[in-house]
Design a protein around this ligand. Structure first.
Ligand code: PHE
Ligand code: ZN
Length: 885
């Protein structure tokens, strides 16, 4: 088997640090090979004990170590392969060490590494130990002073955390800069950047009148792509003051964009480092979607300055304390900047398509995990997005003002400390008048609760029965009920709201029930003569649950047309589409061949109504919202409706067929909409134009689902005439839906035009990955060999391997196993140099048990192949091992 030793870390084993480090002084002499890192730590015994001091270290060469200026006695230091143990220390002392590291060889992109020749760092969660020996745990908070020395010609820019205090030239062509960060921070928030970068600058004046210098640093050729990120930063700073009363706390705030980055971005104190994908934009190269991503990630990292940095995590089991809260904060920021309903739809889409599956499979874990092998594997949709939903429930249950009182108290009480999810809960609970002990289950129990809802009439009363089903997942089996806030309303057959009066209701059409028992009924008095109403459930997605209710197509069409909650109007329409698709697939299974089925009347009418509403001149619907509605559920989400033997091919076929039928039926209106929604003038990133482009993209997609040269012509024209990437790429995407000469020419011309622009080529790679036909090994090989692809770069890997495995289910799940094999080959190769990315890619194999025998065997076989290697990383071993358990 393997050499690796899987070590489980448990929350229950947490012990406070036995030594604290109050001050860290670091001097870097930067070089691609043999960077010299001198560190001086002021060590203080924490409590009274005579244990030794543990310093983590990974791939470091220790050159010297001194205690209070004198060499340490050999018997005091024990060097192990993951750190140093130092014994016999006085209560207070200064340890000085010199280490060497080789940034140029750091392919894990963790610790100190190089991207495009520039030096940068990534320390969360455990990268600092790859820079110097240190108690690399978030509950050790220190003040840092950092001196950077590098060759001035190749590294004119020298940045670190905090405020700049000194900079000068040295005699040998090198120069030096000193940075001082007055705020105590854990090592995971340390950062440095040194390189040949250009920058744009602006200023922000805080509520209390302090002026902050803002800088965004990028490679010189990207200097014209920074303005949108700067605007986003300024908006974020203003929003956090207005909304949460949080002011920035240093004299400077810098952002650096790098091309090689494992994640989206990192909130290092005063020096955020970003994946360039989330900074760089100009209208010719970035889409509306990119602009939105930048705005929200810039905000997310900025908001961490309080939720994460000023108040940080005691240990990594508390990760959601900063991430769930910060995602909630960035979601609300984005909702305030754009369309709240559309933002909510996107959030729920992500939750349903990524988090629910994770929560139902072998990688399921609570929002506060209780154990891990590799913490890097826990930067998940559960910790981030379900964590945000749980904060949102606090917010909804308490109401904004009370919630805000709670967050004020939290920031005030724990400022400068490393705390736990319990601390957050306790602070919020002080404000609450509901059972917060039961609410806590949201943090402790994995799995998505299912709420079964039944309705009936008793005399004049509407009786609604609720039953909570808590699925057993990943070793958690108890089925005690959750505290579930469930938004609900009722509509009559004409789509008019029905007032629900009851003991706790005063005839408001909408209310939020707080469910707390496994089974419970609520009784409402209906207006005289009212029939059984249609229920609108979990309005606005008040709880991250699945709602099961026997809606029929008529109910759903009615809600899709008249629900007063926009989110639920979208949800009803999506459910209606799913109902149609699933029915077709079942029919095909029963009949043994593909059923002849017409387009259902209700669905067709709902589609037409939506489309008309977006182009009607008076009181028209928001085109952006309509675009969300018309987006058919993804094949992966359709697959979620099947618990075993996922009918991969039938899902694809049913979806393609429905798209064609809708397009056929409504082609006249689609063409009309395409014309009416045209956006004139210069590109602007604003709600109106973004909405029109989004719906126009959907419309063009439906038209090009049909095999018709006129509709291809529309796409080709848009591709050639548009001056912005959004419309150009939307046109290319529409063309990609069917084989044609126009398509092939367009793809080729696009690749030629953008061959020197990696972020644009990522879009092209992803589009190509979606188009690969099952068992087309040749195309996969060609894409892999394409000059735009590089297996070393995480963005390229996500674009090609990630999109092929997650966005092209028919080819990934080809029954021969060719898709699985290709992806597993890539994962094994990547595991040799970047285990974090390999492990992330491998989660796509987790739910192999849901597929038919042949596919399941092949997926399992690939997991075994990944795992049964002597050099399988602990990262990948945890994912594959859990999947196989
Ligand atoms: N803390 C970062 C964020 O959510 C994510 C991250 C984690 C980045 C680990 C790099 C490494 O904003
Ligand atoms: Zn974050």
């Amino acid at each position: 088997m393997t050499d690796r030793q899987a070590q489980t870390v448990r929350l229950a084993d947490y012990r406070p640090p036995n030594y604290l480090i109050d001050h860290v002084d670091l001097t870097f002499e930067l070089a691609a090979r043999g960077t010299r890192v001198e560190s001086s730590l002021t060590v203080r015994r924490n409590g009274s004990h005579d244990e030794s001091l543990w310093l983590d270290g990974d791939e470091l060469t220790l050159e010297s170590i001194e205690l209070d200026g004198k060499p340490l006695a050999a018997e005091q230091v024990e060097e192990r392969d993951n750190g140093l143990s130092i014994s016999g220390l006085p209560d207070r002392c200064t340890l000085t060490m010199v280490c060497r590291v080789d940034p140029v060889d750091n392919t894990k992109l963790d610790g100190l590494y190089q991207s495009s020749g520039n030096f940068c760092t990534q320390c969360e969660p455990e990268g600092f130990r790859r820079i110097t020996f240190f108690p690399d745990r978030p509950d050790v908070l220190s003040r840092y002073r950092v001196t950077l020395i590098a060759d001035k010609a190749s590294c004119p820019v020298l940045l670190s955390n905090g405020n700049p205090v000194e900079s000068r030239d040295l005699e040998d062509g090198r120069h030096l800069a000193v940075w001082d960060d007055p705020h105590p921070k854990p090592s995971y928030l340390f950062a440095l950047v040194a390189g040949d970068l250009k920058s744009i600058h602006d200023q922000f004046t805080t509520a209390s009148g302090r002026t902050i210098d803002l800088g965004i640093y990028v490679e010189p050729h990207n200097i014209d792509r920074c303005d949108h990120a700067m605007r986003s930063l300024i908006k974020s700073m203003a929003w956090d003051e207005e909304t949460y009363g949080r002011e920035y706390d240093l004299d400077v705030f810098n952002i650096v964009a790098v091309d090689d980055f494992n994640m989206g971005a990192m909130e290092n104190k005063g020096l955020n480092i970003f994946n360039s994908k989330f900074i760089l934009a100009r209208s010719e190269t970035a889409t509306d979607h990119d602009y939105e991503g930048i705005e929200s990630v810039v905000a997310h990292e900025y908001f961490h300055n309080w939720s994460g940095n000023r108040v940080t995590c005691r240990d990594w089991f508390q990760l959601s304390l900063k991430e769930g809260f910060t995602v909630f904060r960035d979601q609300e920021f984005s909702a305030d900047m754009g369309s709240r309903a559309v933002k909510r739809i996107e959030e729920v889409n992500l939750l349903r398509q990524v988090q629910f599956p994770e929560d139902a499979g072998p990688q399921a874990h609570p929002v506060q995990p209780k154990e891990y092998e590799q913490i890097n594997n826990f930067y998940t949709a559960t910790v981030y997005n379900k964590g945000a939903e749980v904060v949102r429930m606090w917010h909804n249950l308490l109401g904004w003002e009370t919630f805000r009182r709670g967050t004020d108290r939290y920031f005030e009480r724990f400022d400068g400390q490393a705390v736990t999810i319990e601390d957050f809960i306790d602070t919020m609970a002080e404000q609450a008048d509901f059972d917060t002990a039961q609410f806590r289950r949201w943090y402790d129990r994995a799995g998505t609760p299912i709420v079964h809802v039944k309705k009936r009439i008793e005399g004049n009363d509407l009786v609604v029965d609720f039953r909570q089903e808590i699925p057993a997942v990943a070793g958690q089996e108890d089925d005690a009920p959750f505290l579930i806030p469930l938004g609900i309303a009722a509509f009559d057959r004409d789509g008019k709201p029905v007032s629900l009066s009851g003991p706790d209701r005063n005839g408001e059409p909408q209310t939020t029930l707080v469910l707390s028992k496994t089974e419970e009924s609520r009784r409402f008095t209906l207006p005289a003569g009212a029939g059984l109403p249609v229920l609108s459930l979990n309005r606005g997605f008040t709880a991250p649950v699945k709602v099961e209710h026997d809606y029929d197509a008529t109910d759903l069409a009615l809600l899709a047309g008249s629900d007063t909650d926009e989110f639920n109007r979208w949800d009803a329409y999506q459910r209606l589409v799913l109902l149609t698709l699933v029915e077709r697939i079942h029919q095909a299974e029963e009949q043994g061949d593909w059923p002849e089925s017409g387009l259902p009347e209700g669905l067709s009418a709902a589609f037409g109504r939506l489309l008309h509403s977006a182009v009607s001149t008076q009181g028209g619907a928001d085109p952006r919202f309509v675009a969300e509605c018309l987006t058919l559920p993804s094949e992966n989400y359709i697959a979620e409706q099947f618990h075993q033997d996922v009918p991969v091919d039938a899902i694809h076929r049913a979806r393609v067929e429905l798209r064609e039928q809708l397009a056929n039926e409504w082609s006249q209106t689609l063409v009309l909409a395409f014309e009416k929604l045209a956006v004139d003038g210069e590109y602007r990133f604003d709600g109106v134009d973004v909405g029109r482009r989004a719906l126009r993209a959907q419309v063009l997609g439906y038209l090009n689902a049909l095999d018709h040269p006129a509709w291809r012509r529309l796409a080709v024209e848009q591709l050639e005439e548009a001056d912005n990437m959004t419309e150009r790429f939307n046109a290319l995407t529409a063309l990609s839906l069917r084989a044609s000469d126009e398509r092939d020419q367009a793809l080729e011309a696009f690749a030629e035009e953008w061959k020197d622009d990696p972020l644009v080529m990522d879009k092209w790679l992803a589009l190509r990955a979606r188009m690969v036909e099952p068992d087309d090994a040749e195309t996969l090989a060609a894409l892999e060999a394409h000059p735009a692809f590089s297996i070393r770069n995480p963005n390229r890997v996500r674009a090609l391997v990630g999109t092929f495995s997650r966005g092209n289910p028919v080819a990934f799940h080809a029954s021969t196993g060719s898709g699985y094999r290709w992806v597993a080959d890539k994962i094994i190769e990547i595991d040799g140099f970047n285990p974090q990315i390999a492990a992330r890619m491998a989660t796509v194999f987790s739910r192999w048990r849901r597929y038919d025998g042949g596919r399941a065997d092949r997926m399992r076989g690939e997991l075994e192949r990944m795992l049964d290697r002597r050099d399988c990383s602990t990262d990948l071993a945890e994912i594959a091992g859990k999947a196989l358990k």
